[in-house]
Design a protein around this ligand. Structure first.
Ligand code: HEM
Length: 318
């Protein structure tokens, strides 16, 4: 028996060795490669300084997106051309200027005179950290080129703040954004305090809460919005409950929004505390869904929204 097995084993081994044929020597393409064969070096294509690509190359990347600054930590996010564009165009400024209330949005396409971006490069806003840029990297040419760069930004905005493909932002219809959230207890006409990026504290013993949300949109009047609903959950990342319809008031309630400026609140809903399924001290996270009748309905806050915004859109039942 052993004898037979040994035979098979040897036979197999032979077959294996025979089948391992050494490939004819495969040519390494780099063996014959030489520097002289390199293709023409792509010359630096001159970039128009009045375009978002030029602004990103000359200003946003070298002078603003420094580590710890606009490098994704907070908005505007100047890391890429796209993040710069998306966090500037028609975006509500986080810090507004009480002495110059016309500056509400970071970039208003076609209107440099009312764009916060330029205002922050020239004016100190009380309560802010200062005139931008707050500090300079050794390789920044901001000081020597500041006036030219500010002119480039002005020209870009007044030319419609085009994106990298040359599309004017004026031709876009951006989805709605949130401008504020307030809550009233038991039919009161005064909203409960709501400071910073924190939940609204609902006093213990409150029976009903009226929630109002202020939206902003670049083209559609907020009281002309389509279906708007509210959902709430004890988990900010999971809204399993059913959406509840919000109504549009006949006249807006004007009060502070999240960036400190007064805004109009049109959409409202009244909730009964006992039906919310929240115990004392629970945080109830709120999420609205709305549409400007042009873009698809949007959730605000949405999953990728900053946690600060999620905290702002929350209530704590005391
Ligand atoms: C030319 C380059 C820069 C530009 C264009 C710029 C632009 C801006 C703008 C428009 C805002 C207001 C955002 C809002 O309120 O919505 C802002 C805020 C801010 N920036 Fe800059 N920035 C620049 C450089 C820097 C640098 C280098 C730093 C860090 C050293 C910095 C730190 C901040 C901080 C902490 C805030 C938030 C606090 C505040 O509003 O004062 N920025 N920046």
């Amino acid at each position: 028996m052993n004898y037979k097995i040994q035979h098979y084993f040897l036979l197999t081994l032979c077959l294996l060795i025979l089948s391992c044929k050494k490939k004819s020597s495969s040519s390494n393409p780099f063996d014959d490669w030489s520097v002289s064969q390199r293709g023409p070096v792509m010359p630096d294509v001159p970039i128009d300084p009045n375009t978002i690509q030029g602004l990103h190359k000359n200003i946003f990347k070298p002078t603003c997106a420094n580590s710890g600054c606009h490098d994704g930590n907070f908005e505007p996010d100047f890391r890429s051309i796209e993040s710069s564009y998306n966090s500037l165009i028609n975006r509500l400024a986080t810090n507004t200027d009480p002495q110059n209330t016309q500056f509400v949005k970071r970039v208003v396409p076609g209107d440099a005179a009312n764009s916060m971006l330029l205002h922050r490069l020239s004016t100190f806003i009380p309560g802010s950290q200062g005139i931008m840029p707050l500090s300079l990297e050794p390789n920044s040419d901001w000081i020597s080129k500041k006036n030219d760069y500010i002119e480039n930004i002005k020209t870009w905005i007044n030319n419609g703040a085009k994106d990298e493909f040359g599309n004017s932002a004026l031709s876009y219809d951006f989805p709605p954004q949130i401008a504020g959230m307030i809550a009233f207890a038991d039919g009161s006409s005064t909203p409960l305090p709501h400071s910073g990026y924190n939940p609204v504290e609902i006093p213990s013993g409150t029976n009903s809460i009226k929630i109002m949300i202020a939206f902003s949109d670049d083209k559609t009047a907020v009281n002309q919005f389509g279906n708007t609903t509210l959902n709430y959950s004890l988990n900010p990342n999971n809204y399993a409950g059913s959406e509840s319809a919000m109504s549009i008031e006949s006249t807006p309630f004007n009060a502070k929004g999240f960036n400190g400026a007064n805004v109009d609140y049109w959409q409202s809903i009244t909730l009964t505390v006992s039906t919310l399924g929240a115990a004392a001290n629970d945080v109830l996270w709120l999420r609205s869904q709305t549409t400007d009748n042009v873009n698809l309905p949007v959730y605000i806050p949405s999953v990728p929204s900053s946690f600060n915004l999620k905290k702002y859109c929350a209530i704590r039942i005391k």
